[in-house]
Design a protein around this ligand. Structure first.
Ligand SMILES: Cc1cc2nc3c(=O)[nH]c(=O)nc-3n(C[C@H](O)[C@H](O)[C@H](O)COP(=O)(O)OP(=O)(O)OC[C@H]3O[C@@H](n4cnc5c(N)ncnc54)[C@H](O)[C@@H]3O)c2cc1C
Length: 391
């Protein structure tokens, strides 16, 4: 590895955090490192929300404020400005999940269009994002993915989903704002992938505007990337990819076991890591027609990407390469990368407290189950607390 090891600089990492915010972050990660507490807390919170108990204030002042920018986009602007002053951009992520009605899908589309307007005006927000399930029912994506015939009403419903994608991607292109499309459960992903490819063919003719997401915990994603590359070369359009490991591992494994099919997930963490790093190499080798947004909290993969850029002689701020982390996590990666001039953006989730609960629960569970992640956050926070005390 040629790259200097930069991620242990906690002064840079936590430069935006006051002493009391540092304490709060420490307390929070300490809590969510205790697995039974997360399990009980999740069940109790879900119950309390359904029973309309007044717990929003408690959620807001703890997990919500740590992992989210606010309840609406304007609420997030202070956080966004502060991060941008340190060179870290933002991707406003409307994190309302689990909605199923046409009205809610239209309202999500409206939000994303508004975010594209923001992105056009505000330098700190260079990129937009949405989830396929924000624009249509998962059931419908799943039905199409399995190749089943749709009923007449479903055909009309799907057309509305396609239109929502179309309107958003066209607006992104017209305003020269990149739009990332998140990846979700594998059983609905084929329909989403096909739709995103159509959008890329249409709107990525001059440069990547529409980005699909590759979940590299899936063992079939590298060959998918190769096939999409071949198609793009033939069709003469650009590819944009957000590269992630994948957030639905337990759900994927449970479903495969329950229904008796082979799990789409790599057999081990090491295999996922290898797959992720191979995709990094592949994309960097093909930057003539591809761009990448590396969504990861993994230090090794981040160093590898820095190394690959260095070996290729790319500038740190080459516009085809972005690093991405989630707000409230891995500031040591985000702020140290930005400090060295790399393009970095953090997803800043927002939405009404009760609607972002599925997102918050995923974060809490991830920080409990992902080996090393919480321990690492705690160690870095402790180091910074000590450093400040010694001043
Ligand atoms: C900016 C950003 C955007 C994201 N967008 C999406 C998205 O659109 N869709 C999505 O699904 N996720 C998304 N994620 C979440 C992401 O997929 C990961 O869950 C999360 O980032 C943890 O992975 P990591 O690369 O940071 O690092 P690590 O902590 O090194 O890896 C943890 C990940 O490795 C994989 N893993 C762990 N154990 C095993 C095992 N035994 N076998 C196989 N694989 C294993 C899992 O994917 C797990 O999440 C996003 C993350 C970021 C930072």
């Amino acid at each position: 590895m040629n790259t200097d090891l930069i991620f242990d600089n906690t002064e840079v990492a936590f430069s935006l955090k006051s002493d009391s915010e540092l304490e709060r972050a420490y307390f929070l990660f300490k809590m969510i490192s205790i697995e039974p507490l997360v399990r009980i807390g999740t069940a109790a919170t879900n119950f309390a929300i359904k029973a309309h108990l007044p717990i929003e204030g408690l959620i807001r002042s703890t997990v919500f404020d740590h992992f989210c920018g606010g309840v609406n986009e304007n609420d997030c602007l202070t956080v966004i400005d502060n991060m941008f002053a340190k060179g870290v951009s933002s991707v406003l992520d409307y994190s309302v999940e689990g909605k199923e009605s046409e009205k809610e899908f239209d309202s999500a589309q409206h939000k994303i269009l508004k975010i594209i307007d923001f992105a056009k005006e505000i330098d700190a927000i260079p990129i937009a994002v949405f989830k396929p399930s924000a624009f249509g029912r998962i059931y419908l994506y799943e039905k199409i993915s399995t190749g089943e015939d749709l009923k007449t009403l479903e055909i009309e419903e799907w057309q509305r989903v396609v239109n929502r994608f179309e309107v958003v991607c066209k607006k992104a292109k017209d305003n020269d704002v990149a739009v990332l499309i998140d990846a979700e459960e594998s059983w609905m992903q084929k329909a989403a992938d096909n739709l995103v490819t159509i959008m890329m063919q249409k709107y990525n003719t001059e440069k990547p505007i529409v980005y699909n997401t590759l979940q590299m915990y899936r063992h079939d994603r590298l060959s998918f990337l190769e096939k999409e590359h071949k198609k793009a070369k033939e069709g003469k359009y650009f590819l944009g990819y957000k590269l992630v490991r994948g957030a639905y591992m337990e759900k994927e494994k449970d479903r495969a076991e329950e229904l008796g099919y082979q799990s789409p997930i790599c057999g081990s963490k090491a295999l996922t890591d290898e797959n992720f790093n191979k995709a990094l190499r592949y994309i960097i080798e093909n930057l003539d027609c591809m761009s990448i947004f590396a969504g990861t909290h993994n230090e090794d993969s981040s160093y590898l990407l820095m190394d690959l850029m260095n070996n290729k002689g790319l500038l740190n701020n080459d516009p085809r390469v972005w690093f991405g982390q989630l707000y409230g996590m891995s500031d040591h990666i985000s702020f140290n990368l930005a400090n060295k001039g790399y393009n970095v953006a953090k997803y800043v989730p927002f939405g009404p407290v009760k609607d972002v609960m599925p997102y918050l629960i995923r974060r809490a569970e991830e920080n409990t189950s992902v080996a090393g992640q919480t321990g690492r956050e705690l160690a870095l926070l402790t180091k910074e607390k000590k450093r400040r005390k010694a001043l």
